[in-house]
Design a protein around this ligand. Structure first.
Ligand code: JD8
Length: 270
């Protein structure tokens, strides 16, 4: 996968040199290029913002530097210099991803969608955001996804890109040691994860649940499912309702009913 990131704070993305993402880059699974938006300004002050039309607080990011940046990264007339398109993804058709509080919620499902793309271009906004015409113009030649991490307000898009890339890159083949762990994790089956434990068997007078040391894998699996159900019912009841709800079997419903959790008839698996 090829990833291009455009920002006025390139140093904000230096964590992408570290740990598993850093290793994925050295292994060639992932190619990341971080670009300073000011490279595409031409005035002595390298200006990237201006006052908002219609008035209001703050400043808005100017369209011109963004337009030139995206033209260079995704040339309107197709791969630069007639590239094969099969190159290192540098000139593969890409998807523009724009973090914004006004975006669609970022989810594990969207992470899987993005992980299937050969190329992602991230536009990191600052100030009050990016002039909307930059996205409208880009949408003329590539898919554009405006995405939000959640209902709280950040200073800009950079940390959102770090979060999104971590969720996406760990889904790429060859990044996670044993891909199995992708199967059992949170949200993989629509439930929150059960609590986890390791040695010592007792710590500060707190014992590890006996069942986990029983070796009875069937009873351990059931215990973990029950814990996941209870945790999900307490912390994320929204995950148990509606179309994306995990298929609950009879035993699941008994566990939830015993906690007083109302299972709506709709959620009853066939
Ligand atoms: C991009 C500029 C700041 C936002 C005025 C504060 C995502 N879940 C999220 N919360 N906030 C963001 C986010 C915030 C951003 C930018 C993403 C670019 N800002 C602006 C509008 C209100 N300031 C985000 N993903």
């Amino acid at each position: 996968m090829r990833v291009d990131i455009v920002t006025i704070f390139p140093e904000y993305l230096s964590p992408l040199d570290l740990s598993l993402i850093g290793r994925a880059r050295s292994a060639g699974v992932l190619e990341v290029a971080v670009h300073d938006l000011r490279r595409w300004t031409h005035d002595v002050h390298r200006t990237v913002d201006d006052t908002p039309y219609g008035g209001g607080p703050g400043m808005v990011m100017r369209p011109e530097p963004w337009g030139e940046a995206l033209d260079e990264l995704v040339p309107p007339d197709g791969p630069a210099g007639g590239g094969s398109g099969g190159g290192s993804g540098g000139d593969a058709p890409g998807r523009l991803v724009v973090p914004t509080p006004a975006g669609v919620p970022f989810t594990q499902a969207l992470a899987h969608e993005l992980a299937a793309e050969p190329r992602l271009i991230f536009a990191c906004g600052r100030y009050e955001g990016i002039d909307q015409r930059v996205l409208d113009d880009a949408a003329r030649r590539m898919p554009v996804t405006e995405v939000s991490l959640g209902d709280y307000v950040l200073f800009g898009g950079e940390v959102a890109v770090l979060v999104i890339l971590e969720a996406v890159v760990r889904l790429l083949p060859g990044v996670l040691g044993n891909a199995d762990s992708l199967v059992e994790e949170s949200h993989a089956d629509g439930l929150l994860e059960a609590p986890v434990y390791t040695k010592p068997p007792t710590w500060r007078d707190l014992p590890v649940p006996e069942i986990l040391r029983s070796g009875d894998h069937a009873r351990i699996a059931r215990w973990r499912r029950d814990q996941a159900l209870l945790r999900t019912a307490r912390r994320r009841p929204d995950l148990l309702a509606g179309p994306a709800a995990p298929g609950l079997d009879g035993r699941d419903r008994d566990v939830l009913r015993d906690t007083g959790f109302q299972i709506s008839p709709l959620d009853m698996a066939e």
